[in-house]
Ligand binder design. Structure first.
Ligand code: DC
Length: 226
């Protein structure tokens, strides 16, 4: 039997990062934050002052990216690029916007495909992203598409930044989220969309605990019982 995967896809701010990590911890499974891979590539390009125009340079970098995720045993996963801790650095709006640009490059997505599939290790994997259920793990036994209104997602992002002591502007965040949604959903390769067999959940009026409980119930029904 193949190693089970739960895919959780959706737009930024839908809460899928927190929810995916919590589910992985509850199940004792591995966790793939695929957005972090695109963010790490973007950060590496920015650090090295390389252009975002040369597709083959970007794809080569994606293949050779020296990255490391700390074990997901409780709390936040720490992320390293070339042995330097960049957990917070990759979360800035600048890095997110740059990540959305590299993520639209077909050669980059192709280069990261096998790397992402390599995270599928026993006893199981929870994979968080945009195309986990549609492209990377199309055979996943449970696929969730988590969404929330753009307004709610901007508010969540705003509160998150404020909590970290980072200055933020709600209206600007809302514009940026709308622009990024458009780019992620409109790109030719692996656009953000729900897999045909995904369970669609709208978290606009739901707390994290409520979403986690529903996803755990789905895991119980579709994977753990079998
Ligand atoms: O989830 P995130 O905000 O960390 O993702 C950063 C960017 O990477 C976002 O603009 C969408 C893109 N991305 C993607 O295209 N495919 C994925 N599987 C994950 C993220």
């Amino acid at each position: 039997m193949s190693v089970p995967v739960v895919t959780i896809d959706g737009p930024s701010g839908s809460g899928k990062g927190t929810i995916s990590l919590t589910i992985a911890q509850k199940l004792g499974w591995h966790f793939l934050d695929s957005g972090a891979l695109y963010r790490l590539l973007a950060l590496s390009l920015l650090n090295k002052n390389l252009s975002f125009d040369d597709e083959s340079v970007m794809a080569d970098m994606a293949r050779g990216l020296d990255i490391h995720f700390s074990a997901e045993t409780g709390g936040e996963v720490e992320i390293y690029l070339e042995n330097k801790q960049v957990t917070n650095e990759i979360r800035t709006e600048k890095c997110g916007n740059a990540a959305s640009k590299v993520a639209a490059v077909p050669a980059v997505r192709e280069a990261l495909l096998e790397r992402q599939r390599g995270f599928r290790q026993p006893p199981g994997l929870v994979a968080d992203g945009r195309d986990m259920g549609t492209v990377v793990f199309p055979d996943a036994p449970l696929k969730i598409f988590l969404t929330a209104s753009a307004e709610e997602r901007a508010k969540r992002r705003y509160n998150q930044l404020k909590q970290k002591g980072i200055d933020a502007n709600l209206a600007a965040l809302q514009d940026e989220i709308a622009e990024r949604d458009k780019r992620d959903a409109g790109r030719a390769v692996s656009p953000l969309k729900a897999a045909e067999d995904a369970v669609i959940m709208d978290s606009t009026h739901m707390g994290i605990d409520e979403v986690v409980a529903q996803v755990m119930a789905l895991c119980q029904d579709s994977i753990l019982k079998k």
